[in-house]
Each structure stands twice: as structure tokens, then as C-alpha cells.
Design a binder for this molecule. Sequence first.
Ligand SMILES: NC(=O)c1ccc[n+]([C@@H]2O[C@H](COP(=O)([O-])OP(=O)(O)OC[C@H]3O[C@@H](n4cnc5c(N)ncnc54)[C@H](O)[C@@H]3O)[C@@H](O)[C@H]2O)c1
Ligand SMILES: [Zn+2]
Ligand SMILES: [Zn+2]
Length: 350
Amino acid sequence: MKALVYHGPGEKAWEEVPNPTIQDPTDVIIRVETTTICGTDLHIMKGDVPAVEKGRILGHEGVGTITEVGSAVTNWKVGERAIISCVTACGTCQYCRQNLTSHCQTVGGVGWIFGHLIDGTQAEYVRVPFADTSLYKIPEGVTDEAGIMVSDIYPTGYEIGVRDGGVKPGDVVAVVGAGPVGLAVMATAGLHGASRIVAVDLDDSRLEAAKKDFGATHSVNSGDADWKEQVLALTDGLGVDVAIEAVGIPATFDACMAIVRPGGQVANVGVHGTPVELKLNEAWIQNIRLSMGLVNNVTGEMLLKMIAEGKMPVEKMATHAMKLDEIMEAYEVFGQAAKNKALKVILKAE
Ligand SMILES: NC(=O)c1ccc[n+]([C@@H]2O[C@H](COP(=O)([O-])OP(=O)(O)OC[C@H]3O[C@@H](n4cnc5c(N)ncnc54)[C@H](O)[C@@H]3O)[C@@H](O)[C@H]2O)c1
Ligand SMILES: [Zn+2]
Ligand SMILES: [Zn+2]
């Protein structure tokens, strides 16, 4: 089969590799029909995620059809279609049982393994371990383009941003970073009753999209010299209740710390490749709470219900559609997202 193989920082190729086979009785093999590229894949390409070894097939989002089923799989049959969760969960270890599947002990202590510790979904076929507890059924009326948003970005935005960020009814929420993940935070902040949702980014077209299609009520370009004052003017002057970081660089973490109010919370969603300075000497006296994490993807079924009922903006997230074998070009398009006005680039097998 063909797959997108990582060959070290800055190096990748769409090349011929052996097809995956069932290795454990809890595996299935899926023919990937729809996949996409994540901001995290760009971090991997920069060398920010050193655990990814040369030769690894990238990708952790996908929708497809099951072509082979291991002998211990009970929930799935050949020919059924599924959404692949970016987090693999055995379902029975101590962490899985407390919904902290991102640390599934059975898969090695980090639940995100696709395109990281095992071969991923940017390929014609993928092996899915623990299929019974790591795949979602596709509800009626949910397209592949909508369903794939539940592989990673909507659960990430909701679980790590909104839910773990402690968003409450009436809160003013700022989301720094209006990429697909930040937009997913904005799209799901209404589930917890945010009153104002302020999108912060350097890219005006993403700020426009945030307001038009993903639930942001206001936007501020953080390239403006007075961006912080603009955000504070949207609160009672004290700062936002919850500031959510969805970029993954020190500057945007600092931005969140600069706009959160005393007693508020900073929720870090971005994947950081370098250390970030935590100015505890300034933050302690503000009673700031700080949260962060790797998505567990335990809210996918709830999100799929909302999507199926048309209660969750997803359809504008897929801005580009390309063929799976055009994935090298797709990385260029997504890598220069601002120039190309790209959110998610959807790749379809023929
Ligand atoms: N915690 C998790 O489990 C998890 C899961 C998936 C993705 N992520 C991470 O979430 C982050 C966002 O992912 P994405 O796919 O949306 O990425 P992306 O690169 O598409 O979007 C990042 C956005 O940040 C903006 N930006 C860059 N520098 C900025 C600055 N100085 N000020 C304001 N905005 C700035 C960009 O214009 C862009 O819109 C990434 O770090 C990704 O690795 C985390
Ligand atoms: Zn991702
Ligand atoms: Zn587990």
C-alpha cells in the first residue's frame, strides 16, 4: 500500500510500504477512506515530538471501512464503517476505567499512539488496536467530513479547553489560536454556557471564520499593539474568566496569562516543543488556576450526537478536499494555512 512516512524532521515521503496485518486478537484493519492533517503533525515535522521515529507512518485522524477483524473483537464486523479515535484505549486498565484513556497503561502509558508510537492513518490501510474501545460508529446523517472532526479536534477542544478549563455559564472565554483546534474550542464553549467567546489570532481570515462559522462573539488580532486592552475592554476590565491556549508556543501561553482575571483559569491545549516560563511570582497572588492535557477522546459519542442533530458547527471546518495520494501537496496547503485560507484539508481515497 501507499503511506505517508516520516523520515526525520522536515523529511517525509508518500511511498510504498507493506500492508498492516492483525497482530493482536483485539485489532482490526481499516481501509482509510478519509483522513486529514493535524497541527500536531506539523509539530512532528518540525522535530517537536522526538518519540516519533524515522519510518513511522503519520496521521491520527480517520474514517474508513473495516476489512479484517481480530478473533477477540466483538463490536465490529468486516464491512462496517467507523471513525478512528486518535486515542487508543484498552478499556480495562486503571486509567481507562477513570476515563483517562490518554494514559492507557496497556498501550504503553500514552493513549495517543497512531502516527506517534505505531503507524497511523495517513495511509491506505491502518491497524487499529483495541478496536472495541477505540472506534466510533458513524451516526446516520453524519458525513465523513463531519465525523472525522471527532477523531481528534472536537474532543480536544471540548475536553482540554472547555471542560477541563472549567468554563461555566456566563463566563467570558478567550481562545488564543483560531486554528482548527481553537475553533473547536469556540464551537463547544457554548455547551457550558460561555457568554462571550473572544477569538485571538494573528490571521484575520481565521478570526472572520471564528465569528462567522464557529461561535466566536468577538475577535482580537494579537498583532495589534493594544490587543490586550481590546480583550480587557470586552470583560469588565478585570480579564477573562477562562483563557484557552490553542497554539503551542511560549508567546501564546504568556498571552493567556496576561488576559486571565484573578481567580480565572488558563487551559493549555497546544503542544509545546520548548519550555515555557511560568511566572509563579506574578500568578500566585492572582489565584490563577492552570490546566493542561492530552485529549482522552471520551466525549466523542456526545459530540457526534450534537453533530447529528445539527447543533454543533462542523461543516465549515473542511475547507479543502484533495485525493489521498496528493497528501504531500496537502501538507504544503495546511502548512501555509493562512495564505491558503485553510482549516482542515480533507484527504479522500479513491
Ligand atoms: N492537547 C491535545 O491533546 C492536542 C490535540 C490536538 C492538537 N493539539 C495542539 O493544538 C494546537 C493547535 O492545533 P491546530 O491544528 O489548530 O494548529 P494550527 O497550527 O492550525 O493553528 C494555530 C493557530 O495559531 C495562530 N497563531 C500562531 N502564532 C500566534 C500568535 N503568536 N498569536 C496568536 N495566534 C497565533 C495561527 O495563526 C493559527 O491560526 C497545536 O499545538 C496542536 O499540536 C493538542
Ligand atoms: Zn491531532
Ligand atoms: Zn487502558
